[in-house]
Design a protein around this ligand. Structure first.
Ligand code: HEC
Ligand code: HEC
Length: 91
Protein backbone atom coordinates (compact mmCIF):
# COMPACT_ATOMS: atom_id res chain seq x y z
CA UNK A 1 0.00 0.00 0.00
CA UNK A 2 2.65 2.49 1.12
CA UNK A 3 4.74 1.53 -1.83
CA UNK A 4 1.88 2.26 -4.25
CA UNK A 5 1.48 5.79 -2.99
CA UNK A 6 5.18 6.45 -3.37
CA UNK A 7 5.24 5.10 -6.91
CA UNK A 8 2.31 7.20 -7.99
CA UNK A 9 3.86 10.29 -6.41
CA UNK A 10 7.04 9.68 -8.35
CA UNK A 11 5.05 9.13 -11.50
CA UNK A 12 3.48 12.55 -11.19
CA UNK A 13 6.83 14.12 -10.40
CA UNK A 14 8.22 12.59 -13.59
CA UNK A 15 5.31 13.82 -15.66
CA UNK A 16 5.72 17.29 -14.16
CA UNK A 17 9.40 17.24 -15.03
CA UNK A 18 8.74 16.26 -18.63
CA UNK A 19 6.12 18.99 -19.00
CA UNK A 20 8.51 21.56 -17.56
CA UNK A 21 11.27 20.52 -19.98
CA UNK A 22 8.90 20.69 -22.92
CA UNK A 23 7.77 24.17 -21.90
CA UNK A 24 11.39 25.31 -21.60
CA UNK A 25 12.31 23.89 -25.00
CA UNK A 26 9.36 25.55 -26.67
CA UNK A 27 10.23 28.82 -24.98
CA UNK A 28 13.87 28.65 -26.08
CA UNK A 29 12.85 27.68 -29.59
CA UNK A 30 10.40 30.55 -29.99
CA UNK A 31 12.22 33.32 -28.15
CA UNK A 32 15.00 34.21 -30.63
CA UNK A 33 12.63 33.94 -33.57
CA UNK A 34 10.28 36.55 -32.21
CA UNK A 35 12.76 39.17 -31.04
CA UNK A 36 15.72 39.05 -33.39
CA UNK A 37 15.82 40.99 -36.64
CA UNK A 38 15.66 38.52 -39.52
CA UNK A 39 18.27 38.63 -42.24
CA UNK A 40 17.17 41.50 -44.52
CA UNK A 41 16.00 40.63 -48.03
CA UNK A 42 17.79 43.45 -49.84
CA UNK A 43 20.41 43.44 -52.57
CA UNK A 44 23.22 43.16 -50.05
CA UNK A 45 21.83 40.14 -48.28
CA UNK A 46 19.95 38.32 -51.02
CA UNK A 47 22.91 36.08 -51.80
CA UNK A 48 22.93 34.84 -48.22
CA UNK A 49 19.38 33.59 -48.54
CA UNK A 50 20.52 31.04 -51.08
CA UNK A 51 24.03 30.31 -49.86
CA UNK A 52 24.32 26.62 -49.15
CA UNK A 53 26.71 26.75 -46.24
CA UNK A 54 25.59 28.76 -43.26
CA UNK A 55 29.12 28.52 -41.93
CA UNK A 56 30.51 30.25 -45.00
CA UNK A 57 27.85 32.94 -44.72
CA UNK A 58 28.77 33.68 -41.12
CA UNK A 59 32.34 34.54 -42.07
CA UNK A 60 31.14 36.99 -44.71
CA UNK A 61 28.73 38.76 -42.36
CA UNK A 62 31.55 39.88 -40.15
CA UNK A 63 33.41 41.46 -43.05
CA UNK A 64 30.76 44.20 -43.13
CA UNK A 65 29.23 44.13 -39.67
CA UNK A 66 32.31 45.16 -37.71
CA UNK A 67 33.50 48.35 -36.07
CA UNK A 68 34.57 50.68 -38.95
CA UNK A 69 32.96 48.32 -41.48
CA UNK A 70 30.39 49.13 -44.18
CA UNK A 71 27.38 48.34 -42.01
CA UNK A 72 26.03 48.62 -38.48
CA UNK A 73 28.55 47.02 -36.15
CA UNK A 74 27.18 44.62 -33.58
CA UNK A 75 25.83 46.56 -30.60
CA UNK A 76 27.62 46.27 -27.26
CA UNK A 77 24.68 44.32 -25.96
CA UNK A 78 24.97 41.78 -28.76
CA UNK A 79 25.10 38.12 -27.70
CA UNK A 80 28.06 35.99 -28.69
CA UNK A 81 28.18 36.47 -32.48
CA UNK A 82 28.92 32.88 -33.31
CA UNK A 83 26.37 31.62 -35.86
CA UNK A 84 24.68 34.70 -37.31
CA UNK A 85 21.98 32.84 -39.18
CA UNK A 86 21.02 30.78 -36.19
CA UNK A 87 19.44 33.90 -34.68
CA UNK A 88 19.00 36.22 -37.67
CA UNK A 89 16.70 33.86 -39.49
CA UNK A 90 16.32 33.66 -43.23
CA UNK A 91 12.58 34.01 -43.53
C1 HEC B 1 28.46 43.63 -48.15
C2 HEC B 1 28.28 44.02 -46.77
C3 HEC B 1 27.32 43.21 -45.91
C4 HEC B 1 27.36 41.86 -45.69
C5 HEC B 1 28.33 40.84 -46.26
C6 HEC B 1 26.29 41.58 -44.75
N1 HEC B 1 25.62 42.72 -44.43
FE1 HEC B 1 24.05 42.88 -43.11
N2 HEC B 1 23.82 44.84 -43.63
C7 HEC B 1 24.65 45.54 -44.49
C8 HEC B 1 24.08 46.86 -44.69
C9 HEC B 1 24.70 47.95 -45.55
C10 HEC B 1 22.87 46.92 -43.91
C11 HEC B 1 21.82 48.02 -43.80
C12 HEC B 1 22.12 49.16 -42.93
C13 HEC B 1 23.11 48.95 -41.87
O1 HEC B 1 22.89 48.13 -40.97
O2 HEC B 1 24.16 49.60 -41.91
C14 HEC B 1 22.76 45.62 -43.23
C15 HEC B 1 21.76 45.31 -42.33
C16 HEC B 1 21.67 44.12 -41.64
C17 HEC B 1 20.71 43.80 -40.61
C18 HEC B 1 19.61 44.70 -40.12
C19 HEC B 1 20.21 45.70 -39.20
C20 HEC B 1 19.18 46.67 -38.72
O3 HEC B 1 19.61 47.64 -38.08
O4 HEC B 1 17.98 46.45 -38.91
C21 HEC B 1 20.97 42.54 -40.17
C22 HEC B 1 20.23 41.76 -39.09
C23 HEC B 1 22.11 42.05 -40.92
N3 HEC B 1 22.51 43.02 -41.80
C24 HEC B 1 22.67 40.80 -40.77
C25 HEC B 1 23.62 40.27 -41.62
C26 HEC B 1 24.01 38.88 -41.62
C27 HEC B 1 23.50 37.82 -40.66
C28 HEC B 1 24.92 38.74 -42.60
C29 HEC B 1 25.60 37.45 -43.07
C30 HEC B 1 24.72 36.39 -43.52
C31 HEC B 1 25.13 40.04 -43.23
N4 HEC B 1 24.30 40.93 -42.61
C32 HEC B 1 26.03 40.31 -44.26
C33 HEC B 1 25.82 45.07 -45.09
C34 HEC B 1 26.21 43.75 -45.12
C1 HEC C 1 22.56 34.24 -30.15
C2 HEC C 1 21.80 34.95 -31.16
C3 HEC C 1 22.54 35.85 -32.14
C4 HEC C 1 23.62 35.54 -32.93
C5 HEC C 1 24.35 34.20 -33.03
C6 HEC C 1 23.91 36.70 -33.71
N1 HEC C 1 23.03 37.70 -33.38
FE1 HEC C 1 22.98 39.59 -34.13
N2 HEC C 1 21.59 40.15 -32.80
C7 HEC C 1 20.97 39.30 -31.89
C8 HEC C 1 20.10 40.09 -31.04
C9 HEC C 1 19.25 39.52 -29.90
C10 HEC C 1 20.22 41.44 -31.46
C11 HEC C 1 19.60 42.66 -30.84
C12 HEC C 1 20.62 43.03 -29.76
C13 HEC C 1 20.51 44.36 -29.16
O1 HEC C 1 19.73 45.19 -29.63
O2 HEC C 1 21.26 44.56 -28.20
C14 HEC C 1 21.15 41.44 -32.57
C15 HEC C 1 21.51 42.58 -33.30
C16 HEC C 1 22.28 42.57 -34.43
C17 HEC C 1 22.54 43.71 -35.28
C18 HEC C 1 22.05 45.13 -35.08
C19 HEC C 1 20.78 45.39 -35.77
C20 HEC C 1 19.61 44.91 -34.99
O3 HEC C 1 18.78 44.21 -35.57
O4 HEC C 1 19.48 45.26 -33.81
C21 HEC C 1 23.32 43.30 -36.31
C22 HEC C 1 23.84 44.10 -37.49
C23 HEC C 1 23.60 41.89 -36.09
N3 HEC C 1 22.95 41.49 -34.94
C24 HEC C 1 24.39 41.10 -36.90
C25 HEC C 1 24.86 39.83 -36.55
C26 HEC C 1 25.94 39.14 -37.22
C27 HEC C 1 26.70 39.68 -38.43
C28 HEC C 1 26.11 37.95 -36.57
C29 HEC C 1 27.18 36.87 -36.86
C30 HEC C 1 28.57 37.33 -36.79
C31 HEC C 1 25.13 37.87 -35.51
N4 HEC C 1 24.41 39.04 -35.51
C32 HEC C 1 24.93 36.80 -34.65
C33 HEC C 1 21.15 37.93 -31.81
C34 HEC C 1 22.18 37.21 -32.42
Amino acid sequence: MVKDIKTSKRKWLNIGFVVLCAALLIFLYLAPDETTTPLPKDDTHIEFHSIASKKEADKLCISCHVEDGDATPLPDTHPDPYRCLFCHKRN
